[in-house]
Design a protein around this ligand. Sequence first.
Ligand code: F6P
Length: 319
Amino acid sequence: MKTIGVLTSGGDAPGMNAAIRAVVRTGIYEGFKIIGIRQGFKGLMRGDIEEMKLSSVADIIQRGGTKLRSARSEEFMTDEGFERALNILRIFEIDGLIALGGDGTLKGARRLSKAGIPVIGIPCTIDNDCGHTDFTIGFATAVETVLDAISKIRDTSTSHGRANVIEVMGRNCGDIALYSGLAGGAESIILPEMPMSIDEISKRALQGKNRGKLHHIIILAEGVGNAYEISDEIYKKTGIDTRVTTLGYIQRGGTPSLMDRMIASEMGYKAIKLLKKGEFNKALGIKDNEVIALDIDEALKQEKKFNKELFEIAKVLSI
Ligand code: F6P
């Protein structure tokens, strides 16, 4: 193996740049030619590539987003698009590929592996919805962003004696809501895995109010319900003035946290080391603080588990 391609695909995540940097710097150190593929699988189908040098990844470890840019590509899912991508890999003599992204990206990488391309997948998504790993790159930073927002909203919530519904991202996974709700001391957390009824939320708000609490923070995972309807219902049931904030894309950007930079650097380094040893078709992950490499097929079969205990802890602590 002489030439390795690297791409970032799907929703961007803070820490992707740190991982690209680790891949490029370790790859060049190990004597590989490293090709950056812009805009993920979409760019791969178009041959949108550049050779990466040591200096190509200077000054990016601290930046959110992805230097290689990203895209979601339906075309790559079609046989025609997939064949085009394979052809580009052949034309540019790219012998191995490191794909950074979420579930969809890992599936795309698996399909390439079945077509004979040695791949390594690195899980990067703010959603933390990959079953084979405790954490994905980008999740910790996204939760820090939500925590910062909760603190700010709590100030005004207290001043006005209001309830505030804060909608967070996560697609079908409630981890951003769960972790930020627990660490942010939210009174209620509404998750896809464990929906809480309006009656229970209202009861918790009134119990808090009766013992002198001036704020009430409700974290709502996207897709579980309409934030404005939930807010109206809480107001109707409690008489507590309720407001809505949708945090949106603020959660996808920003300077990556310590943890995201650490796991990104370790996984980028390990991806190259594995390819060098001839070990490929793996998805990297982190389990019990150790970077692991699983067969990509096995990794994709693992279902994301919901941490019910964290939910119980959050409920008890925010009474
Ligand atoms: O997967 C990351 C994520 O931000 C999800 O939390 C969200 O549901 C989705 O991407 C939004 O995707 P897009 O920016 O493509 O609309």
